[in-house]
Design a protein. Structure first.
Length: 292
DNA sequence: AAGGGCCCCTGAAAGC
DNA sequence: TGCTTTCAGGGGCCCT
C-alpha cells in the first residue's frame, strides 16, 4: 500500500532516471487506467515530450512533462518500475502491466497494478471528464504534508480541536493531512500513545503535541528506510522497503508491544483494521450512555 | 460533520 | 490435495 513514504521513495528512485528523458512511445495495454483522455489523445500528448520534473503531493506522484502533467495514484497495489525492455517481472506483474512508457535511452517505465485500483491522470485533459474533475478536486483539497515545512503546529492544534471525529479516521482523511494510509496512521498513533478511537477534539495539549511530533518522526523514519513492504510495494527500482521490520503495531495483532509487552490488539474502525497497544494507548472514557 | 455501507478488483490466505 | 470463500485496502459516493 503505497502511502507517503513509499511514493516519496518511488519519486526519489525514479527522478534521476526520468528527468531529462524523452518519452518516445506510450504503450497502452489496458485503457481503463487512463483518465482525462482516450488512449489516442493521451498518447499524442505524452509521446515526444521530455520529463521536466517529478513531484509528490500526498500519495500522488506528479510527472511534469513538456506538453502536460500526469498524476499517478497507485492506490493499493500499483507499481511504477523502471527497467529494461526485456526484463521479466514475473507472471503476475507481467499479466498486470497496463501502461508502458518507452524512454529515449532504451529503458522503460512500467505501470503495474494487480488490484486495478490505481489510475493515471492527464491533469489538463477533458475538463468534463467526471473522474478527472474528481481527482483535481481531491488534489486541490489535500491537507498539509505531515512533515517539516508542511503541517505547522498552531494550525494542526486548531484543526484537531475543531473535529469530533475519531483520530484513526481523521488521520486517514487526505483533506486533513495528506499522505497517511492505514499503516502509518496506526504507527503514528502508537508513537504518540493515543488510542485510535479517541476523538480529535478530546486531546490535551500534551497529547496533540505528541501526535504532531509522532507523525513527523514516523514519516521521516519510514522515508529513511525506503518505505514499508507488506504486500506489493516496491520502489522505482523494484526494491522493497525495510521499514516493515520497524513496524510496532501494524499487522502485529497478538504480538508483544515493543514498549510494554502487552498483546497488540486489532479492531475495525471506519471499515479499516486498526492495530494498537491497549496499555500504551489507553482507550477513551466510555460514553455516558454506556452503563451497566 | 460524522459514520455506515457498498463498490471497484484480484491474489493470498483461510476454511472445508 | 484442491476447490471455495473471505479478506485486504484507497478512496469515491450515497444515505442517514
Amino acid at each position: 500500500m503505497p502511502e507517503l513514504p513509499e511514493v516519496e521513495t518511488i519519486k526519489r528512485t525514479l527522478s534521476p532516471r526520468l528527468v531529462g528523458r524523452t518519452i518516445e512511445k506510450m504503450e497502452v495495454r489496458t485503457p481503463k487506467f487512463l483518465v482525462g483522455a482516450g488512449p489516442d489523445e493521451f498518447r499524442r500528448r505524452v509521446e515526444g515530450g521530455r520529463v521536466l520534473d517529478l513531484e509528490r503531493r500526498g500519495k500522488f506522484l506528479i510527472l511534469r512533462l513538456e506538453d502536460g502533467d500526469l498524476a499517478v495514484h497507485l492506490k493499493m497495489a500499483g507499481q511504477l518500475v523502471w527497467c529494461r525492455p526485456g526484463d521479466d517481472l514475473g507472471p503476475t506483474r507481467e499479466k498486470h502491466t497496463h501502461v508502458v512508457f518507452h524512454l529515449d535511452d532504451g529503458h522503460e517505465l512500467r505501470y503495474v497494478d494487480t488490484r486495478h485500483f490505481g489510475r493515471v491522470y492527464l491533469l489538463d485533459g477533458d475538463p468534463d471528464d467526471p473522474l478527472l474533475r474528481r481527482a483535481l478536486r481531491t488534489l486541490d483539497e489535500l491537507g498539509p504534508e505531515p512533515r517539516e515545512g508542511g503541517l505547522e503546529w498552531e494550525g494542526f492544534r486548531a484543526r484537531l480541536a475543531a473535529r469530533a471525529a475519531r483520530l484513526k479516521s481523521l488521520l486517514l482523511d487526505q483533506a486533513f493531512v495528506a499522505g497517511l494510509g492505514n499503516i502509518y496512521a496506526d504507527e503514528c498513533l502508537f508513537r504518540a500513545g493515543i488510542h485510535p478511537l479517541r476523538l480529535a477534539s478530546s486531546l490535551s495539549e500534551e497529547e496533540a503535541r505528541r501526535l504532531f511530533a509522532g507523525m513527523r518522526e514516523v514519516i521521516a523514519e519510514a522515508i529513511e528506510f525506503r518505505g514499508t513492504s507488506v504486500r506489493d510495494y516496491v520502489d522505482g527500482e523494484g526494491r522493497e522497503g525495510s521499514f516493515s521490520e520497524r513496524l510496532n503495531v501494524y499487522g502485529r495483532t497478538g504480538e508483544a508491544c515493543p514498549r510494554c509487552g502487552a498483546a497488540i490488539e486489532r479492531m475495525v474502525i471506519g471499515g479499516r483494521s486498526s492495530h494498537f497497544c491497549p496499555r500504551c494507548q489507553p482507550p477513551p472514557e466510555p460514553s455516558p450512555r454506556t452503563n451497566v
